[in-house]
Design a protein around this ligand. Structure first.
Ligand code: GLC
Ligand code: CA
Length: 593
């Protein structure tokens, strides 16, 4: 615990902070622009002691898998001490490893093994809120004049109810009444996740100290959780009708948020090569550009949600469209702005599996559609993030009943929507099976044994029954497997600078691309784009469809040779026309016209 005097000292130093942004990072490309990153969800990656929960000993034992895959960085999802109201996204102590995941010595072992294999470790910083069991909150709720009172956001009620009509992200009011002091506190997520007050310089100083603590241990960067919720509205008013109809979000995305990020940058990151990435729900293009513009000093990159929210809103699942994916990818290239560096991902611990969502449900096309998605992910502009299990094509779990879920959001929705009588149980469950975060959280499938090699005990969340076929051991060293393809694709991206840092240009055929619906991929579309830099050019051609498709090369372009394909014997361009089989993906070295 920091002393009050330390807090005061750090608070004062904030006022003296240099105002300007530090000058350029020099000519060299920063490590994270060339990197391929991989997210580990520790609870589900590898159990090392048989209690059914993944841990750092288990992760340390699997570093070779990551090194063989060829990734440069690992983002470890929330792993600090927590009562687990939201699987670690409710932190009780930011300087302590979650006991479920082991000890600090276990963490150090994982870190040193990763670093020895040249893998950077990125930690998840949940700084929008803490657990209600965090010492700061325990103090804060004790009395209205406790020195920690202002670490959180406390307000008087209004007419016997909460101060405003704001809704929490997983449902229900965003205010919780606390009888002891007769006021409400704000929580963007569940009531066990009270929001920190970023307006308070002492809060920021305390958080920066935590970053310095982990940086000193040798981690290489941070992913900042729920970054767009940090800046609360300056006026505590009810939602506007537009806000109510939309996401219901009440935080401000704009100058105040940018101010916080800049403050953090100047105090912690300026002059370092630490990588910073924000989780930016609800932030539109311009806001992302502003937060990550390297002339301003904020974050290096951000996870965007525009594409993810196309077909998933809370528990609701609707069809997705290839057109929307193309539009997003173009938008996410930021017009090749040299000052903005994108991030690309299809999966993380908050969304269902990409192969079930964007690929083909037909068994004969499942693997190749997983490889097609790998082709896209690893040939787009920006730092790609692979999510654990994506590299073997893990799919959604066949959920049928509410008691199969562990996710707090799934159960909150069940209470708010189904038990209240608003939505029929069957509708909710059918949607949830395709939208739930638990699809991504089932244990990693290492082999075909009883619990997929994840644990010798009882897994905390059921293993997907398809693990008997879909697992690392079955794909290891097998030519044509999804895993081998990921390795080759990562190596290709490393070998061809244009795939990582080159300019992006969509060269898809004119006209309607068609809807790719789930399940079954009724109709599809052909998607093609060009990546190029001074060293060369590559054409990426993706057939998102259960049917064959033709693609005519743009005028004057010559496809010189195949760099990679997800099926044996990819098509050569005959008379400038390519014919792609269902779900085929090919990257050609080309001479642009
Ligand atoms: C982020 C996390 C998610 C968590 C939420 C609240 O969205 O990725 O898992 O529930 O923040 O911390
Ligand atoms: Ca364990």
């Amino acid at each position: 615990m920091i002393s009050r005097r330390d807090v005061a000292k750090l608070g004062a130093s904030l006022l003296l902070a240099p105002a300007g942004v530090r000058a350029a990072r020099g000519a060299a490309v920063p490590w994270w622009k060339r990197a391929v990153a991989y997210e580990i969800y520790p609870r589900s990656f590898q159990d090392g002691n048989g209690d059914g929960i993944g841990d750092f000993r288990g992760m340390a034992a699997r570093v070779d898998h990551l090194a063989d895959l060829g990734v440069d960085a690992v983002w470890v999802a929330a792993c600090f001490d927590s009562p687990n109201a939201d699987n670690g996204y409710d932190v009780r102590d930011y300087r302590r490893i979650m006991p479920d995941f082991g000890t600090m010595a276990d963490f150090d072992l994982f870190l040193s093994r990763a670093r020895a294999r040249g893998i950077h470790v990125i930690l998840d910083m949940v700084f929008n809120h803490t657990s209600d069991e965090h010492e700061w909150f325990v103090r804060s709720r004790q009395s209205r004049d406790d020195p920690y009172r202002d670490f959180y956001i406390w307000r008087d009620g209004r007419d016997g109810g909460p101060p405003t009509d704001w809704q929490a992200a997983f449902g229900g009011p965003a205010w919780q009444f606390d009888a002891r002091t007769g006021q409400y506190y704000l929580h963007t997520f569940v009531a066990k996740q009270p929001d920190l007050n970023w307006e308070n310089p002492q809060v920021r100083a305390a958080l920066y100290d935590i970053l310095r603590f982990w940086a000193a241990k040798g981690v290489s960067g941070f992913r900042f959780d729920a970054i767009t919720s940090l800046a609360k509205p300056s006026a505590m008013r009810d939602l506007t009708p537009a806000q109510r109809a939309g996401s219901g979000a009440f935080a401000e995305i704009g100058p105040r948020l940018e101010g916080y990020l800049h403050d953090m940058y100047t105090h912690v990151f300026a002059g370092t090569d630490l990588y910073t990435v924000g989780e930016a729900w609800g932030a539109p293009h311009a806001a992302i550009a502003a937060m990550t513009d390297d002339r301003r000093g904020g974050l290096n990159s951000a996870f965007r949600f525009d594409l993810q929210l196309q077909d998933i809103r809370g528990w609701r699942k609707t069809p997705w469209r290839l057109e929307a994916m193309r539009a997003f990818n173009a938008d996410n290239a930021f017009d090749d702005d040299p000052h903005v560096w994108p991030l690309v991902y299809l999966e993380d611990h908050d969304f269902p599996r990409a192969v079930s969502r964007y690929g083909s449900a037909r068994p004969e096309f499942r693997e190749r559609s997983a490889m097609l998605l790998a082709t896209m992910l690893l040939s787009l502009k920006g730092t790609p993030f692979i999510y654990q299990g994506q590299e073997i094509g893990m799919a959604n779990y066949p959920f049928t009943a509410i008691d199969q879920y562990r996710d707090v959001a799934a159960h909150q929705g069940w209470r708010d929507e189904v038990l209240s009588g608003r939505v029929p149980a069957a509708t909710y469950l059918a949607n949830l099976a395709q939208s739930s975060r638990d699809n991504a959280r089932t244990p990693m499938q290492w082999d075909g044994s009883a619990h997929a090699g994840f644990t010798t005990g009882v897994p905390w969340l059921a293993v997907n029954p398809d693990h008997v076929r879909v697992n690392v051991a079955a794909q290891q060293g097998v030519a044509g497997s999804v895993l081998s393809f990921y390795r080759r694709m990562i190596a290709l991206r490393r070998a061809r600078s244009c795939l990582a840092t080159g300019r992006y240009q969509d060269v898809s055929p004119e006209g309607r691309q068609g809807d790719v619906d789930r399940p079954g991929g009724r109709t599809g579309g052909l998607y093609a784009y060009l990546r190029r830099d001074e060293a060369g050019a590559a054409l990426v051609v993706l057939n998102f469809s259960d049917a064959a498709a033709r693609y005519a090369l743009p005028d004057g372009m010559a496809a010189e040779r195949v760099l990679i394909g997800n099926l044996p014997h990819p098509a050569a361009a005959v008379g400038g026309v390519l014919v792609l089989r269902p779900w085929e993906s090919v990257i050609y070295a080309v001479r642009p016209g």
